[in-house]
Ligand binder design. Structure first.
Ligand code: SF4
Ligand code: SF4
Length: 90
């Protein structure tokens, strides 16, 4: 089980979510964050911190965002881990 970042994250980079993750499983590209499902320990700490409700447990990702479960796993393979908070994009 893992948590999943969905489309609401696009353009945020608020990154408050990463400050509560105990295992550094967030990765970043230019406009979004992604969670490594192999590193996530399913603790749930990040989801309530996200101001736009972009993070869901994989078992309850909304139907229209289900493809983000696979997308997170694919994206993290080629993106760096983010360990420091960034300035929001907007
Ligand atoms: S706080 Fe939410 S929307 Fe912002 S970077 Fe983190 S997961 Fe994405
Ligand atoms: S559920 Fe916990 S381990 Fe997984 S990404 Fe969120 S804070 Fe990190």
């Amino acid at each position: 089980m893992a948590f999943v970042v969905t489309e609401a994250c696009l353009g945020c980079k608020n990154t408050v979510c990463i400050t509560v993750c105990p295992v550094d499983c967030f990765h970043e590209d230019a406009r979004s964050l992604w969670i490594d499902p192999d590193t996530c320990i399913d603790c749930g700490a990040c989801a309530p911190e996200c101001p736009v409700d972009a993070i869901f447990p994989d078992r309850s990702v909304p139907l229209q965002s289900r493809h983000y479960i696979a997308l997170n796993a694919e994206k993290v393979a080629n993106l760096p881990v983010i360990t420091e908070q960034r300035e929001p994009l907007s």
